[in-house]
Design a protein around this ligand. Structure first.
Ligand code: ZN
Length: 59
């Protein structure tokens, strides 16, 4: 999950809050500019999972 910001209007698209990926939207919900106007603000990870827990879930 990651957070993106629209460089045109400053809209913050938080993938976690929106429940979808930036790739799932075609344009900014606020200013209707194409989604290539978004820049990455912050890359987030599932912080409640430690490395060992992640490996256990993978098996
Ligand atoms: Zn925008």
């Amino acid at each position: 999950m990651a957070v993106y910001r629209c460089r045109v209007c400053g809209y913050i698209f938080d993938e976690e809050k929106e429940g979808k990926s930036i790739r799932d939207i075609d344009y900014c919900p606020r200013c209707k500019q194409p989604d290539d106007r978004f820049e990455l603000v912050e890359e987030t990870q599932d912080s409640n999972l430690t490395d060992s827990e992640t490996q256990n879930n993978r098996s």
